[in-house]
Structure formats: structure tokens, C-alpha cells
Design a protein around this ligand. Structure first.
Ligand SMILES: Cc1cc2nc3c(=O)[nH]c(=O)nc-3n(C[C@H](O)[C@H](O)[C@H](O)COP(=O)(O)O)c2cc1C
Length: 157
């Protein structure tokens, strides 16, 4: 892992484009390409993909995170991008995953229900603190099937 003395974390929410959607294969390919890019610049993080939203955390060197986010923000596979949190940090929440996806499961549904502000979980409604707390919650319960594989799906207990 690169020098983390200037660790930065960014969390954003967006809405998937209909053409892209959230099918396992399409998101899987995107995660695979993303993890290769991210590993090159020392970024780690997590993507939560659902039919109606993406919620992603990126952590690493501030310039690398900024450059990556600006590229992601221009991607036509999603829109309605909203920055939820961008802040200096001491430690990474997901040090082992250059980019991973939180796999759908009953535990994930329960987690989303715990963090929802209205009838459904809508990440755009989260404050910066709530968005960070969501990912902290994931990080303490996450386990992974394939720690060293760049194409990783994380499941929570
Ligand atoms: C929801 C979403 C999340 C993405 N996450 C990342 C990411 O973490 N890292 C990354 O390099 N690209 C990510 N991308 C893809 C970028 O938008 C862009 O297509 C890619 O970085 C271009 O890489 P390339 O120049 O190697 O083709 C994401 C795209 C979407 C729609």
C-alpha cells in the first residue's frame, strides 16, 4: 500500500443509467476494470450497486482520489452524482479491496434498512456523517470470499 500519511476519503451517490443498470455482469466488469486502475494509484474502496442507486467510497492519496472521481463523474453510465463526503482520514476502511462490490444478501437488505431515512434507502438523503457511518458499519461486518482477487464481492454477516 502507498504512503497513507495524507489519506483522503470521498463518498458519492449517483443514479444508474438505464442502459447500464446493475446487472451482475456489467457491474462485475466495471469493478474489475476499476480495481486495476485503482490499484495502480493506491486507491481502495467499495461500491454498493442497486437498481436505483450507486453509493461508492474511494480512499487514497487526495490527488489520486480527486482525479478518479472526476473521471467517474463524467461516465455516462450514471447521472445525478452528488458528493456526500470528502475528508482527510487516518485509516482506510477497506485496505484490502482496490474496488469491491457489496453483494446482495439478506444482511445487506437489513443494513440498508438500518440506514434508511425514509421508506426506502436513498443514499442521496444521507448527511456526510451518515454516509460515513454506513461504510463504517459495512467495514466492521464485511468478510470476503476472495481476499486477493481484484474482482471481489464482499458479503456481510
Ligand atoms: C458507478 C461507477 C463507479 C466507478 N468506479 C470506478 C473506480 O473506482 N475506478 C475507476 O478507475 N473507474 C471507475 N469507474 C469507471 C470510470 O468512470 C471510467 O470509465 C474508467 O475509469 C475509465 O478507465 P479507462 O481509461 O482505463 O478505460 C466507475 C464507473 C461507474 C459508473
Amino acid at each position: 500500500m502507498k504512503d497513507d500519511s495524507r489519506l483522503f476519503r470521498l463518498i458519492y451517490a449517483s443514479t444508474p443509467s438505464i442502459a447500464f443498470g446493475t446487472t451482475d455482469q456489467l457491474v462485475g466488469e466495471m469493478i474489475f476494470a476499476s480495481s486495476l486502475n485503482n490499484a495502480r494509484v493506491g486507491i481502495t474502496g467499495l461500491l454498493v450497486a442497486d437498481d436505483s442507486f450507486y453509493l461508492q467510497l474511494l480512499e487514497g492519496d487526495r490527488q489520486a482520489v480527486t482525479d478518479t472521481f472526476l473521471r467517474i463523474a463524467q461516465d455516462c453510465r450514471h447521472s445525478g452524482i452528488q458528493l456526500l463526503d470528502a475528508s482527510d482520514q487516518r485509516d482506510r476502511l477497506f485496505p484490502n479491496w482496490a474496488m469491491s462490490m457489496l453483494g446482495a444478501s439478506e444482511s445487506r437488505s437489513r443494513l440498508l434498512a438500518r440506514h434508511r431515512k425514509s421508506a426506502m434507502f436513498i443514499p442521496h438523503e444521507l448527511s456526510a456523517t451518515e454516509a460515513a457511518q454506513f461504510f463504517i458499519d459495512v467495514s466492521v461486518t464485511a468478510c470476503t470470499y476472495q481476499d486477493l482477487c481484484p474482482r471481489t464481492v464482499i458479503y456481510i454477516d
